[in-house]
Design a protein around this ligand. Sequence first.
Ligand SMILES: [Zn+2]
Length: 568
Amino acid sequence: MQSLLVAVAVALVAASAAAVASAKSADATDDLYYRQQSLGGLGGLGQVEDAAVDAEASADPITASDPSLLRSVGGPGGYNPNSGSYQGAYQGYQPGLAGYQASASGADATAGIPAPAHDQLDFKYHNYEKMTKYLRTTSSRYPNLTALYSIGKSVQGRDLWVMVVSASPYEHMIGKPDVKYVANMHGNEAVGRELMLHLVQYLVNSYSTDPYIKWLLDNTRIHILPSMNPDGFEVSREGQCDGGQGRYNARGFDLNRNFPDYFKQNNKRGQPETDAVKEWTSKIQFVLSGGLHGGALVASYPFDNTPNSRMCRSTPLCSVFQNYASTPSLTPDDDVFKHLALTYSSNHPVMSRGVACKAGTPAFSRGITNGAEWYPLTGGMQDFNYVWYGCMEVTLELSCCKFPPASELPKFWEENRVSLVKFLAEAHRGVHGFVMDENGNPVEKAALKVKGRDVGFQTTKYGEFWRILLPGVYKLEVYAEGYLPREVDLMVVEQHPTLLNVTLHPAKRNDNLYRHPTVGDRLGPGPGPSYHSQHSAPAPHSSKPASDGGIFSSITSGFNNFVSNIFG
Ligand SMILES: [Zn+2]
């Protein structure tokens, strides 16, 4: 163990702060893209947001354009254990982890995170107009901690608002993860939508008083989409615990059946809400995500779909049979997904008990379940996040009643407050780092894979990568076109994330590593980033629209064609 640690440490020193800093100074961030988009369609809002940007730029060096300031906020320099500012931040992390363990044991779930003084947000349901007003007001009131942007519009033209909460709301912090929550994709599942508004309030209120929240916002960008289906919400009714009124978008589509699917071709016509989320997730590399739902009380993790569901198509008998025949459909990262789901459920005083909502509904041991084991579905959002972008998403079912009376909202907020925060902090578990060339320039779109976990991920334009892993010893496989592939040992510990910087060396023309690949070199049959499935998944490139397969296919072909025959 000790010698491996040394080897890892040696691998870490290959960093180049200068390269990353230069990349940053040339930046036009993806978030800026969204900001321009939202400014374009919003009249008066532009003024508020411009003021917010200015205030933020003058108050906070994070957004200043002087690259010399970057050392303290991002890049390998910022991660040097001996450097000043980031060290302070990580000391803040350790008490947070301790708090995590204490509350996970069930002694007092709220011990680590004190409740702030009364905030300004009512415990009432906010329709689109009121929600928009709240988000605008909050973004102008907290310009240093929040930024509001729209990722697109619903069928009926309502903006799909995203609020960023972070110490760097307008810019990605190099080396630090972006995470997200998506609520209310089923318009009549209203609790998550309101909890997201309260989460925004809680985070900005707690920043100056709660060291854990300060650490989280200093080191994470939290993107919150409170309503993915604002049209559906408008026709939903408070007090309706069951049923489908408002569940679908304005064209009658179930948005959680509307994403590209790994196991089965999804022929449903892409909806504007889904397309907006797909574009969003393609532009920002999210490390961790939660999809908030209602109608059950459980944290459900991928896969939602299973190859077996292909056998059950249209016959009623088959679908009945399927309800009794659901089997787990587990990912190669099953240990991580179970841990993430448990992080949420074990901090939730009711979900953790795993009691059925009512007679005739399932009880989930410890409040978690594999999605397909509960019931398989095609076109779900969490499988898409994971297989297409390596973003680990868990589906969080927060209330037995889909749209309970507003008087119950304070209870739901208290039940979920700690879980909502601690789940996001899990983005800081595992390994992260940079892939660079010999000159210290970042290598973009390098394909990475943890050996034995055949769902890959790739680097950002700054060469960054993240992967959530539990403590243990791993091998990371790194491939980028034009470079020699590398395999790097690493160790993950409980207390803090492992920083791993990888330098790639150029491949020479006569390196036979780069012989033209044959079909037999492919790792697996699926279109996933070298995802090796023993199931009968659809063949790559054949069953998906090109617009869906873009990035995905390029990772796949890169990895499958070149890496598999080298690493076996
Ligand atoms: Zn739902």
